[in-house]
Design a protein around this ligand. Structure first.
Ligand code: UDP
Length: 331
């Protein structure tokens, strides 16, 4: 199969690119390198630097490559930032996605795997959260994903699109070659590991007055390789219908528990300081993923938090400055 991967130079997209290549697929990566890293794209993938905000640019790639399917990872994905910059999020995540979808429709490309989010569920009636839960976006970021999820439904009705919406809970961990490197870094596990490496003084814990056993937010951390396994399974299952899945381990860990895990794994003290809550953060988000387990036989390999943190720690130790200055590596 030929797969177009938007955002294939980013954290999750690069792992997808690698996994698709390893399974013998042909991959074209489209990325503006604003947040992604050229070094993260395997040499076997064709790489096009371009921005989805330019309809002509993406339309030309879709026309020339006519992929069998698209995996759409390109997006801004920070809940807190979206509360400060709602227009940026609606523009980059909605308008740009519409450019991609329009170009797909133009050229008869009708299969898409869409990266969605747990931020669709800011007011869950039950925990863990399964796919029957009411969608109440928690931020402009969540809203931008909800809009595209709905639009994919309509494209399937009006134009015969086949889609999978995969709602990520907290993607974490690393493969041997690919890891998490954002600038600035705002995600919990890489920040904790930067403290372990001596690159930061302490971890700021955003709020210890939530309604949880230790007062800190609980999240469901899912290893990036397990997440991508789900994408590959969903891609193979599109033939038999549209797919919507929540993706997580089904187990939550508080911010303090993640810090404890990193202390065990790294052997470092990792000082913490309590800071104020981050806007848009719900207290608890844990995924109910029985649907994809039952329908597609998905089964995450990294079931405990220590193994996830350990894989990230190995990558951060091997790449203390992320991709910066790294020589191109061939797998
Ligand atoms: N968090 C924190 N300090 C940080 C970064 C994150 O306490 O420096 C908390 C954050 O409030 C959330 C959890 O860690 O409850 C995971 O945050 P992250 O940004 O990694 O992922 P998100 O839940 O936003 O997708």
């Amino acid at each position: 199969m030929k797969v177009l991967v938007t955002g294939g130079a980013g954290y999750i997209g690069s792992v997808a690119t690698d996994a698709l290549l390893q399974r013998g697929h042909d991959v074209v990566v489209f990325d503006n390198l604003q947040q992604g890293h050229r070094e993260a794209v395997p040499l076997e993938a064709r790489f096009v630097q371009g921005d989805l905000n330019c309809f002509k640019a993406i339309d030309q790639v879709v026309r020339c490559e006519t992929p069998d399917a698209v995996m759409h990872f390109s997006a801004n994905s920070l809940v807190g930032e979206s509360m400060e910059k709602p227009f940026l999020y609606l523009n980059d995540n909605v308008v740009n996605a519409l450019n991609l979808l329009k170009s797909m429709e133009n050229h008869g490309v009708k299969r898409i795997i869409f990266s969605s989010t747990a931020n669709l569920f800011s007011d869950p009636s039950e925990m863990p959260i399964d796919e029957t839960e009411r969608i109440v976006p928690g931020s402009p970021y969540g809203e931008s994903k909800a809009i595209i999820e709905r639009f994919l439904h309509w494209l399937s009705v009006t134009s015969g699109f086949r889609y999978a919406c995969l709602r990520y809970f907290n993607a974490a961990g690393a493969t041997e070659r690919l890891g998490e490197d954002h600038n600035p870094e705002l995600h919990l596990i890489p920040i904790i590991l930067q403290v372990a490496l001596g690159q930061r003084k302490e971890v700021k814990i955003f709020g210890n007055d939530y309604d949880t056993p230790d007062g800190t937010c609980i999240r469901d951390y899912i290893h990036v390789e397990d997440l991508i396994d789900a994408h590959i399974l969903a891609l193979g299952a599109l033939e038999s219908g549209n797919r919507v899945y929540n993706l997580g381990n089904g187990k939550g860990f508080s911010v303090k528990e993640v810090v404890e895990s990193a202390r065990r794994v790294t052997g470092h003290r990792i000082p913490c300081e309590i800071a104020k809550r981050r806007p848009g953060d719900p207290a608890v988000l844990v995924a109910g993923s029985d649907k994809i387990r039952n329908e597609l036989g998905w089964s995450p390999r990294y079931a405990d938090i220590d193994s996830i943190v350990e894989s990230a720690w190995k990558w951060h130790k091997d790449n203390p400055n992320g991709y910066e200055g790294e020589k191109r590596q061939v797998r």
